[in-house]
Design a protein around this ligand. Sequence first.
Ligand code: RP5
Length: 308
Amino acid sequence: MLKKGLFFGICCFASAFSILKQVPNMHYKCRNSQYPRSNLMRLHVPDDKVPWNVEFPDYFPISYTDPSVYGKPWADVDFEKEGANPQRISWNQIDTSLNVDRTSFTGNYRLNTDGLPMNPMGRTGIKGRGLLGRWGPNHAGDPIVTRWARDLVTKSVKVDSTTKKPILQFVSIQRKDSKEWAIPGGMVDPGEMITETLKREFAEEALNCLEKTEAQRKAVNDRLDKAFKNGVEVYKGYVDDPRNTDNAWMETVAYNFHDDKNDIFNMNFKAGDDAIGVRWMNIDRNIKLYASHKHFIEKVVQLRGAHW
Ligand code: RP5
C-alpha cells in the first residue's frame, strides 16, 4: 500500500514537471514577483514546489482581488464578498448562463476545497483573481502580424549575416499597464469567435479604431476582413502572464498573419485603447516581450524559417 502511494506520488510529481518542461519559460513571470499594479509581494515558491502535488506545508499565500475588478460587466462575482456559491458555476464547461468559456486548453482543471479553480501550472504565490475578471481560465486571442525586414532603398529582404536567414518583423504594441512591448492581443468577449477577437483587438490597439468615426471604422474593418483571411494557428494554451494567480490565469490562441510581399498590412498604425505605442519590431532570440509572448513569436519564426 505504502509502495503504491509512493509510486503514485512520484508519477504526479513527474507529470506536473513534464508539463512545465513541455512549455519552456512558462510560469516564471507569475511567480516570485510583486503583483502588478499593487504593492503586494507573492509568497516565494521555489521551482520544486510549483506542482500542487508536491507538499508545501508552509504555503499560505494572501488572497487578492484588485478593487478595479469588482462589479465590472466582464468580471465574475466575488464569492467571499457577494455571498455567491462557487459550486453553482459550470467549471470546465461552456457556462451558458453568461456565454463564458470556462474550459481550459490544458485539460480539466481541479477545484480546491473552497470549490475554486486551481491553476493547472501550479502555485503562483497569491490567491484570488488579482487583476483578472474570471475565476479559472481567462481566454484571449493574439494576432501576430509579420512581414520581412527590407532594405529601405532596394526593398530586398534583409538576411542575418550569421544565420543567413531572413529577418522577420511583427506589429508590436507597447502596453499602457507595464510599458512592455507585446502582441496586440486581448480578451475574448462572451460568445465571441476567436477570429473576431483577433481583428477587434488589432483594430483597437494597433489602428486606434475606438477613436475613429463610424465610416472610418467600417473601412478599417473591411480591410482587416481581407487581411486576416489566411491566419495560421501557432499556439493554443496557457500564458505565463504576470497577472495569473492560483485561482485565475490567462490562456490564448495565437495566430500568425504573414504579409509576404508587404502589400497587405501597409497601414497607418496608431496606438489606441490599452496601447501607448505601436511599431514593426525586428525579431531575434534576444527579443523582450510581455508575458510569454516571446514563446509564441518563436513558433512563428520556426513556421516561416526566419532568423532567430
Ligand atoms: C496575455 O494578455 C494574452 O496573451 C494577451 O496578449 C493579453 C490579453 O490581456 P489584455 O491585453 O486585454 O490585458 O496574457
